[in-house]
Design a protein around this ligand. Structure first.
Ligand SMILES: [Zn+2]
Ligand SMILES: [Zn+2]
Length: 420
């Protein structure tokens, strides 16, 4: 028997209420902040991600689903949403629109990861990108938006971490300080960090190995080595967030390892878990569009993991509206009644009442059991007598009461019951 591939999951009808709830919440936030929906293909040219996510990252080196298509082009299932959004921004000349261009998306993302709780090889993201404006007010907008999203969903006990990692003007000098700090300690670093020390020293700060965490606590901090422009940007961002009453914590060990990430980085974490569990991660990437052969263009965004949000909605027992749409079932006895039942079901649907027909060849009792097990609130019963009278029996499945009603007024009657 086939099973869903390792690290993937079916999202069954009974789970969908969480997804609808999340999508509705995220869409509402995006619209309130003036973001327009963007959909990009599920696969892109591999080069986009090699450049746009970055050679040397785990994603590019170990996690991409890349394949040659029948024409010999190398394509990759999207591992993240920012590079495709930037590609679309360039391809459609969005730099000629008023800036910033505000975009949001819902999309699956594919990474060949070791499957574990909250981590999937196909997962889903809600993401936003604001492209073309480097002002710190845009950073504040995006951070606030992520915070509003989580709060609006009813999630609590969250921590918002922010940091500034500088830019190409101030980072090289900072990295030298960092390397000077770590060199005498190199023997005690974990194997990964030993390798990162020259190639990607910033990443030493967010290593999860206990001994590396201890060393990172004493390491020089990016925010103490910002150039005047970056410091000004950082101070303004913090001022705006305070003004907006967005509760944040400055986390000096929050970093991104690649050159095109600049200044603001942020994450939102749930209370229960450790460092691997961000619900949402974002930051500024002023160098990315240039990396994709575009003109210098600032950008900032975040992506939130839908599966992790669902997990946390369940853990926190956030009340999510129940969604069983079927309001009525048409039950019947006999072939004449069956024809009338088929038309009645159709007629009710066309009036907007979600209706199903009872399964064929069962006793009335069995049809009622069927309705009960699906939790359908109203049953309409047609037998020979009702056909003769031009009527139908309306049964309230929760109360167990029933009465006879003329066929022509049943839709209106049901509609009143359902909406009252
Ligand atoms: Zn380490
Ligand atoms: Zn700087």
């Amino acid at each position: 028997m086939y099973r869903a591939p390792r690290g993937t999951a079916d999202i069954l009808p009974e789970e969908q209420r969480y997804w609808h709830y999340l999508e509705a919440g995220a869409r509402a936030v995006a619209q309130r902040y003036g973001y327009g929906r963007l959909e990009t293909p599920v696969f892109e040219n591999t080069g986009l991600f090699v450049r746009g996510v970055g050679q040397g990252t785990d994603i590019v080196e170990k996690e991409m689903y890349s394949f040659d298509d029948r024409g010999g082009d190398s394509l990759t299932l999207r591992p993240e949403g920012t590079a495709p959004a930037c590609r679309a921004y360039l391809e459609h000349g969005m730099r000629n629109l008023p800036q910033p261009v505000r975009l949001y998306y819902f999309s699956p993302a594919f990474r060949y990861e070791r499957p574990q709780a909250g981590r999937f090889r196909q997962h889903h993201q809600f993401g936003v990108e604001a492209l073309g404006d480097g002002d710190p007010s845009v950073d504040a907008e995006v951070v606030e938006m992520a915070w509003q999203l989580m709060n609006g969903l009813g999630l609590t006990d969250l921590t918002l971490l922010v940091n500034s990692i500088g830019d190409p003007q101030c980072r090289p000098a900072y990295l030298e300080h960092l390397k000077d700090y770590y060199k005498p300690l190199a023997e005690r670093l974990c194997q990964d960090c030993k390798e990162r020390l020259e190639r990607s020293p910033l990443r030493l700060l967010d290593c999860k190995q206990p001994t590396c965490i201890i060393m990172a606590q004493e390491a020089p901090q990016t925010v103490d080595h910002l150039c005047p422009e970056c410091r000004d940007h950082w101070k303004k961002l913090l001022g705006y967030l305070q003004k907006l009453d967005v509760p944040f914590r400055v986390e000096p060990r929050l970093v991104r390892g690649l050159d095109y990430y600049t200044r603001t980085v942020f994450e939102i974490h749930p209370a229960e878990e450790g460092g691997q569990s961000a619900l949402c991660a974002g930051g500024r990437y002023d160098g990315l569009i240039q990396e994709l052969d575009g003109p210098p263009t600032p950008g900032i965004g975040f992506a939130a993991g839908m599966e992790r949000m669902v997990l946390n909605l369940k853990r926190q027992e956030v009340p999510v509206p129940d969604e069983y749409f079927v309001k009525a079932i048409v039950a019947y006895l006999g072939d004449d009644a069956k024809e009338t039942a088929i038309s009645l079901a159709s007629q009710l649907r066309s009036k907007g009442i979600a209706t199903i027909l009872a399964p064929a060849g069962r006793s009335l009792k069995a049809q009622m059991r069927y309705a009960n097990s699906l939790g359908i609130p109203y049953a309409l019963i047609l037998g020979d007598d009702e056909i003769k009278n031009g009527s139908v029996v309306l049964r309230d499945m929760t109360q167990g009461e029933q009465r006879e009603i003329q066929l022509q007024s049943i839709a209106e009657e049901l509609d009143n019951l359902i909406t009252s």
